[in-house]
Design a protein around this ligand. Structure first.
Ligand code: ADP
Ligand code: MG
Length: 577
């Protein structure tokens, strides 16, 4: 007798299908609903007695009571191996370009392509020999993938310390070819192939230890690196109202941040925006290597028009891929835009299950899910000693930009840095619109702490004066206070703001940031004497112009020293306090 397990559809409500079965069903296993010729992928999300509810990752149109269901005993998983870099996939890892090529731009329901082509060949170089001791997650060899050595690792279900009993010679192998065999302490043998499957919803990494994130992730966005830095292996969120620059910021980070690999989850945004990404990204150059940016990027795309279940899965798919590359000792950046759309998917699914709703109708487990997602970030040391990291950054798009809502609040409880985008700043086109006063970070910057504190004290003071000036006007403000106001504006314009559309200003190296910050801080702390407010205004306008020109020049330290001298000569009558 076959142990194929099947069931029958007894009801359908939105993306949710109710199934009756005889034998048993596993929570979260993948199943297929058979509708005519089509096989619709689904996931069991609740089992009660001899009935189960499944979310379908496809349009459920045409599903009828009596349709057959096949259970697979497998958890929702992704295939991991060489060939992932450069891919654009949906939340279920269907390659979007291939699908579009094969089927036209309208994705046909129930079509699942192999995420990694089985017949692709890779040059394998073994790094172990027979008898070597080995554990899950340790490499048996490598294959070159773009600019990286992709580790071929012992599958993660392999338990305990074992040994290598077979290893292939250097040569070309296909994805499913066995390149090594390992045996565990109980004598069980496991084949190692070039690719493997990982479940997406449970973290599976096998490493020696998790370490405290400490080294700054150089984002090259000045306001971030200086005032609200992120650490390699850390977490941050970017809440902001519509149009405040969340997506632009994530794109800047994915291009310029000093990391090895970027995994972008475009989750639930409008289809137009996603098409933009698909068109734009493949054209971009990696500013550091000059190669295609896609060579070190993976994009997971789900538009607001795709089924919510696939959207719910997409952030897990993204972070699982990030964890996989971390396991090779690489620094991986995982960016999700937007986690609010992900949370809305959870809310819709929960509503259909008729679960008891929590705040704003989000499920009671919203916080737990959000925390569990960000917890998958981290700096780890793998068994062979290398360190790798996954840094997670999530955009949050609360309705009306109100941060007092459940998704923003749950996120703020778990992340290490908060980059709050302000509508006021965005409206004034002060980009990036991160509010320097209300945002925070618990990670260290590469700029000395005391210098940042001085600048922050200054910002708070100038902000107070700005508020006061709104009431009493310029006339009612003393010239001393007015100069502080002008300095604050100067700091904002030349340092905190950064133009995403200027090819030099859009990114600033750590070296240049340190250099410029010192000069700017020197100006903030210097006392100047002016005849009147107009003279002060003119002086800072000129100075600002100098700096903005400076920001748009390539960084050549020698030429900068000349320029600095020129700039300094403009304020040499000022004396340091
Ligand atoms: P959101 O994702 O928050 O809805 P976007 O990232 O799409 O907002 O940004 C909206 C618009 O704001 C952009 O199209 C662009 O014109 C402007 N913008 C955002 N960030 C910047 C920036 N750093 N520099 C210049 N313009 C920006
Ligand atoms: Mg956006």
């Amino acid at each position: 007798m076959s142990n194929r397990r099947t069931g029958t559809v007894i009801g359908c409500h939105g993306d949710l299908v109710k199934v009756a079965f005889d034998k048993y069903v596993i929570q979260n296993e993948v199943a297929y609903v058979l509708v005519g010729e089509e096989r619709l992928k689904s996931e069991v999300i609740r089992v009660q007695g001899h009935q189960a509810e499944m979310q379908v990752f496809e349009s459920t149109q045409g599903i009828r009571v009596g349709d057959a269901v096949e259970f697979t005993s497998e958890l929702l998983s992704v295939e991991l191996g060489p060939g992932l870099l450069g891919q654009v996939v949906d939340g279920l890892q269907n390659p979007l370009y291939d699908l579009a090529e094969k089927l036209g731009f309208f994705l046909k329901r129930g079509t699942y392509l192999d995420p990694l082509p089985d017949d692709s060949e890779w040059e394998f170089t073994p790094s172990v020999k027979i008898g070597d001791k080995i554990r899950a997650g340790m490499k048996v060899g490598t294959v070159p993938e773009k600019i990286f050595d992709h580790w071929i690792m012992v599958p993660f279900h392999f338990s305990g310390l074992g040994e290598v009993i077979e290893v292939a010679q250097k040569g070309r192998y296909k994805l499913k070819d066995t390149v090594a065999k390992v045996r565990d302490a109980d004598g069980r043998e496991t084949a190692v192939t070039l690719s493997q499957h990982w479940p997406v919803k449970v973290p599976i990494g096998a490493y020696a230890r998790k370490l405290q994130p400490a080294d700054p992730l150089v984002s090259k966005i000045r306001i971030i690196d200086t005032i609200v830095p992120v650490a390699l292996g850390g977490t941050f969120c970017t809440p902001g109202p519509f149009g405040s620059g969340k997506t632009v910021l994530q794109h800047l980070l994915s291009r310029h941040a000093e990391v090895d690999i970027v995994v972008v989850a475009a989750c639930g945004e409008r289809a137009g925006e996603v098409v933009e990404i698909l068109k734009e990204f493949p054209k971009l150059k990696d500013p550091r290597t000059g190669r295609a940016l896609m060579d070190r990027t993976i994009i997971i795309c789900n538009t607001s028009s795709m089924p919510v279940a696939a959207r719910e899965a997409s952030v897990y798919t993204a972070v699982t891929m990030a964890e996989y590359y971390r396991q090779m000792g690489l620094n991986v950046f995982c960016l999700a835009d937007s986690t609010s759309r992900w949370a809305q998917a959870m809310r819709e699914i929960s509503a259909r299950l008729e679960e008891i709703p929590g705040e704003e109708a989000y499920p009671a487990y919203l916080e737990t899910r959000i925390a569990a997602f960000y917890e998958r970030a981290g700096l780890v040391q793998v068994y062979s000693g290398e360190k790798g990291s996954v840094t997670i950054g999530g955009a949050v798009s609360p309705a009306g930009g109100n941060f007092e809502e459940p998704v923003t609040q749950a996120t703020l409880k778990v992340v290490g840095a908060f980059h709050g985008l302000s509508k006021e700043r965005a409206d004034a086109r002060r980009y990036p619109a991160i509010d320097p006063l209300s945002s925070w970070s618990k990670y260290p910057s590469f700029i000395a702490r005391d210098k940042i504190q001085s600048a922050m004290r200054f910002l708070r003071r100038s902000n107070e004066i700005d508020q006061m000036m709104k009431v009493v006007g310029e006339e009612g403000t003393s010239i001393e206070d007015f100069v502080i106001h002008l300095k604050g504006e100067f700091f904002d314009a030349v340092y905190l703001q950064q133009n995403a559309y200027d090819k030099v200003d859009e990114s600033t190296s750590a070296e240049r940031q340190k250099y410029v910050f010192d000069i700017v801080l020197d100006i903030l702390e210097r006392s100047f004497r002016f005849e009147d407010k107009e003279a002060a205004r003119q002086f800072f306008l000129n100075l600002r112009q100098q700096f903005i020109t400076w920001n748009t020049l390539e960084f050549q330290k020698d030429e900068f020293n000349d320029l600095e001298r020129k700039i300094r000569s403009r304020y040499e009558d000022g004396t340091r306090k």
